[in-house]
Design a binder for this molecule. Structure first.
Ligand code: C2O
Ligand code: CU
Ligand code: CU
Length: 465
């Protein structure tokens, strides 16, 4: 197996050493709540930048280059970043179920990389496992059928111990799958369907993107939506479909609208929910996705609605309401059929997310298979934490169904229905999921999607056999 001997600029020793000398991670959980309001937030009407919408591409015959580049975060000044095809976020890939993705990844970075298709059901060779990293100047050919249901997935680097840096420097993009079930719902489309990639960042004294990993998880000082600082989006008086991705290294967002209206949650990581849910505040952890409808029809022209993060107090995005009224309706009733994974037929496995670097007491070793899972058997996986939460737990190779949460927040949330591939474990929580690997056999990963925890070893290899 290929092994990364020298992990680029952040050696493991330096990373852990820096962690050991500080106690700041406890306060770095981002749970400042409403009290932390107005940090770095700009009032409505302040100078804002138009929201960047990445260009769209098909993943069939697609060339994806990860390289150093410069981007405009808003305001016209170019800032160095690490980008896919020159963009941050990278191009939005859109495909229909049944199509074939054929992507050539080229590594124009100065360190090894590999791209993972988070949420896509692919075999091991196409999964962007860190053992498949390619050095500078090399390429990797992906070739897989799209067997997912309609959903917002995403792509990002997955080299061992370098993922946090590569994502923080700008490498990530959306990957939307469509299918006939979704078509039938007649959801908002075209300009009324908008991807929102949420993350945070920090700047050095020259105003350039800066990544300083910290063991408790990187928390930036400024929010970015689709790579835009202080963004606004001009909207019609219409229903919008927002495809929202938790693209931060570690920050959890608590989304709400400034006028108090609820979001209509219609989907999450694995696609459509069974029925829509109206929710005033939605939490979004790294790796998670949300499919939200927002109805601006009752707003007067000229009004402004803010998308806020109640956890940091930030304003993430301003919607500026225009004069055009567009008819539409929010789907009611059944959106999709989600067949419950009925009663586990296999074992229950418990995974303890310990400290910041271990699962069940072990740090990740690329050459060790931590456990094997039988193909097509339903199992109960129990995620629990012994400290240093939150840990957004992510599983490759299958979607799962979240069935219970005890301790901590003590229950499940409407956006955790249906199919998920990432679930948030807050302090003192135990979360049970049911999972069945019925797409492919092979070697996959489970890890904390707080990228600094992942990079430090809070990750495991398992093989579906
Ligand atoms: Cu989004 Cu294994 O990662
Ligand atoms: Cu993944
Ligand atoms: Cu973690």
């Amino acid at each position: 197996m290929f092994r990364i001997e020298s992990p680029g600029r952040i050696s493991r020793r330096r990373f852990l050493g820096a962690a050991a000398g500080t106690a700041t991670w406890v306060a770095a959980g981002g749970l400042t709540g409403l009290a932390g309001a107005a940090l770095a937030a700009k009032p409505a009407g302040a100078t804002r930048n138009p929201l960047f919408i990445p260009s769209v591409a098909s993943p069939s015959g697609f060339e994806l280059t990860a390289a150093l580049g410069t981007i405009d975060l808003g305001g016209g000044r170019r800032t160095p970043a690490w980008v896919y095809n020159g963009l941050m976020p990278g191009p939005t890939l859109i495909a229909r179920a049944g199509e074939q993705a054929t992507v050539t990844l080229r590594n124009g970075l100065t360190q090894p990389t590999i791209t993972h298709w988070h949420g896509m059901l692919v075999d091991h060779e196409n999964d962007g496992h860190p053992m498949h990293v390619i050095p500078t100047g090399e390429s990797y050919n992906y070739d897989f059928p799209i067997i997912n249901r309609a959903a917002l997935n995403w792509y990002h680097p997955h080299p061992h111990m370098l993922t946090g840096e590569q994502v923080a420097m700008g490498l990530a993009g959306a990957f939307i799958v469509r299918d006939v079930e979704e078509d039938a719902l007649d959801l908002p489309e075209g300009q009324y369907e908008v991807p929102l990639v949420l993350r945070d960042t920090s700047f050095d004294s020259a105003g350039n993107i800066q990544y300083k990993p910290r063991s408790g998880g990187f928390l930036g000082t400024v929010p970015l939506v689709n790579g835009t600082r202080d963004p606004y989006l001009a909207v019609d008086r219409a229903i919008y479909r927002f495809r929202v991705l938790g693209g931060a290294n570690a920050r959890i967002f608590g989304l709400a609208l400034s006028d108090g209206r609820p979001f209509t949650v219609i989907g999450n990581d694995g696609g459509l929910l069974e029925t829509a849910a109206e929710v005033g505040q939605v939490d979004l952890a790294p790796g998670e996705r949300l499919d939200l409808l927002v109805d601006f029809r009752s707003q007067p022209a000229g009004a402004s609605v803010l998308l806020r993060d109640l956890r940091s107090g930030w304003t993430l995005l301003e919607f500026r309401i225009g004069g055009t009224l567009v008819a539409g309706s929010i789907p009611s009733g059944t959106l999709s059929t989600v067949t419950p994974l009925a009663g586990p037929s296999g074992v229950t496995r418990t995974f303890s997310f310990d400290g910041m670097t271990k699962i069940n007491g072990r740090e990740y070793d690329m050459d060790r298979i931590d456990f094997t899972v039988p193909f097509r058997v339903i199992e109960r996986w129990r995620f629990t934490t012994k400290g240093n939460a939150p840990h957004p737990v992510h599983v490759h190779g299958a979607s799962f169904q979240v069935v219970s949460r005890t301790g901590g927040r003590g229950g499940l949330f409407p956006w955790e229905g249906g199919w998920k591939d990432t679930v948030l474990l807050e302090d003192r929580e135990t979360v049970d999921v049911l999972v069945r690997f019925d797409a492919y056999k092979g070697l996959y990963l489970m890890h904390c999607h707080k990228l600094e925890h992942e990079d430090m070893g809070m990750m495991a290899n398992f093989e579906v056999v």
